[in-house]
Design a protein around this ligand. Structure first.
Ligand SMILES: [Zn+2]
Length: 242
């Protein structure tokens, strides 16, 4: 055999073998997900036990941004007590990758959602079953990396049948616009916005239905600035006034 051809063959075989070893090496990497317990295993880059007992942390003052807090007030104003609003919910707590025989692929699919969060998730208050996710989109969503994230979340939610409602962040919200976005997914949503203003803070008031206490089932007007303003008006009183 021509020595040059032999050398080329040896080179090709070597490259193939090295490639296979690399693949094996990737497969041998430990999974962060313990399939027996369903828990995430401790990361190898965590603090040591000694460091954990001495390292100090600082409390973060607020769990959401002022814009998110403002929008939470709008959701609170629109939604009744039979809906619970959760904030900063990990995507992997609302979605899970479909099972596959390719464990490496499953792991990568899980990793793709394990550190992402929905701004809000709306659940039924009786069993916390998930109704929909709500994303408040501020200007940062125009960045290229953010758009990739948003596109991925849209397709993941769509494939899983989880409604994802995207609301542009604003300084002020028209309640009826937000109500219209939520209406397809939430029964008994308040659809009537009163044309009256709160006599304590000037915010608009909306028609709500009392869900508990001696007045259960009774309609009343609630301030949309709730919970900062807890002013309510009796509906009969309002009708007499008109
Ligand atoms: Zn008010």
């Amino acid at each position: 055999m021509n020595p040059l051809i032999a050398l080329i063959i040896i080179g090709v075989v070597f490259i193939i073998l090295v490639g296979k070893n690399k693949k094996k090496h990737i497969k041998r990497e430990p999974s962060l997900f313990n399939e027996n317990t369903g828990q995430i295993k401790a990361l190898e880059n965590e603090l040591t036990i000694e460091q954990k007992t001495t390292y100090k942390y600082k409390k973060i003052d607020r769990i959401v941004s002022p814009a998110e807090r403002s929008f939470l007030g709008v959701l609170n104003a629109i939604l009744d007590d039979d809906i619970i609003i959760l904030t900063k919910v990990r995507v992997a707590d609302a979605l899970t990758p479909l099972p596959t025989n390719d464990r490496s692929l499953w792991q990568r699919a899980f990793n793709s959602i394990s550190s992402k969060h929905f701004d809000f998730v709306l659940c039924k208050s009786d069993d916390l079953s998930i109704i929909c996710a709500v994303e408040l989109n501020d200007k940062s969503h125009n960045n290229a990396d953010r758009q990739d994230r948003d596109d991925f979340l849209r397709s993941a939610c769509s494939g899983a049948g989880l409604p994802l409602i995207e609301v542009p962040a604003k300084n002020g919200y028209v309640l009826q616009e937000v109500t219209d976005l939520l209406k397809p997914y939430i029964e008994n949503i308040a659809t009537t916005q009163a044309d009256i203003s709160c006599d304590k803070c000037g915010s608009p008031m909306i028609l709500r239905v009392s869900k508990k206490g001696s007045n259960v089932g009774r309609q009343f007007y609630g301030c949309t600035n709730y919970p900062s303003c807890r002013n309510i008006r009796d509906i009969e009183h309002k009708l007499i006034e008109l």
